[in-house]
Design a protein around this ligand. Structure first.
Ligand SMILES: [Zn+2]
Length: 244
């Protein structure tokens, strides 16, 4: 009797986990919320990015958030997926990324050497969606479960905000500002201040101003977050709060 009752439940859970498991190398997930599927990825039983079990090779490190800080996991990836870049990745590639967006190369190197954030124009390589910190963290808990990729996410303590980068113009069809309280869109002629890419939640460091990255920043793979996915997660959070 017990078996007959358990089987459908197990089948349902397996299905849910498969759909539910994100690329664990693209962000710093909350270990408390890790599903069995996520644990298999962290343990190296399956590919950390896509979940396949064949052709696995060393994939670098994934990081999970805990109340005491971040934990690193030596994971594996399949032949079709990229291993993790080291935190901060290649410095010159990172500089090239923000210079391509319109920043001045000498300013970038100067600022990052002294642990300051550097001013980067918005609108050429990406637009910025700035939300209140509680809203940003809530969205960040949802976004990795979405099929779309998650790009660089910046925490700005002085403003008590979190900033998402999305493709230029991706928010042009979004609902009006009065419907999306606590959401401010920065487009052309705006700027953002970027710390070096190795100042992250996972490594426990910040720029002098307090800014740090809440995701692993891999500009060559995921320079931005999918705009539609971000909007969906924002709306889902508003609905959860009963504000929509
Ligand atoms: Zn894979």
């Amino acid at each position: 009797m017990a078996t007959a009752e358990l089987e459908p439940a197990r089948a349902a859970r397996t299905t849910m986990n498969t759909a539910d498991a994100p690329d664990v190398l693209s962000f710093f997930l909350d270990l408390a919320n890790a599903s069995e599927a996520i644990e298999r990825r962290l343990d190296g039983q399956v590919c950390a990015r896509c979940g396949t079990a064949v052709g696995l090779r060393p994939g670098g490190h994934a990081y999970t958030r805990t109340p005491d800080g971040c934990l690193g996991w030596a994971v594996r990836v399949c032949g079709a997926c990229w291993p993790a870049a080291p935190l901060g990745g290649d410095l010159m590639a990172a500089v090239a990324w923000v210079v391509a967006a319109g920043a001045v190369e000498e300013d970038v190197i100067d600022a990052w050497r002294s642990r300051r954030a550097v001013s980067v124009p918005v609108g050429r390589s990406w637009d910025v969606v700035r939300v209140s910190r509680p809203l940003g963290w809530a969205v960040l808990a949802r976004l990795p479960r979405h099929v779309a990729g998650i790009g660089p996410v910046l925490e700005v303590p002085a403003r008590e905000t979190v900033e998402f980068l999305i493709p230029p113009g991706a928010a042009s069809g979004w609902p009006a500002r009065r419907e999306l309280r606590d959401v401010f869109r920065v487009g052309p002629r705006g700027t953002s201040q970027f710390p070096a890419l190795d100042l992250t939640l996972a490594d426990g460091r910040r720029a002098c101003c307090g800014r740090r990255w809440l995701t692993r920043v891999e500009p060559h793979r995921r320079p931005t977050t999918h705009g539609g996915a971000l909007l969906e997660c924002l709306l889902a959070e508003y609905r959860r709060r009963g504000e929509l």
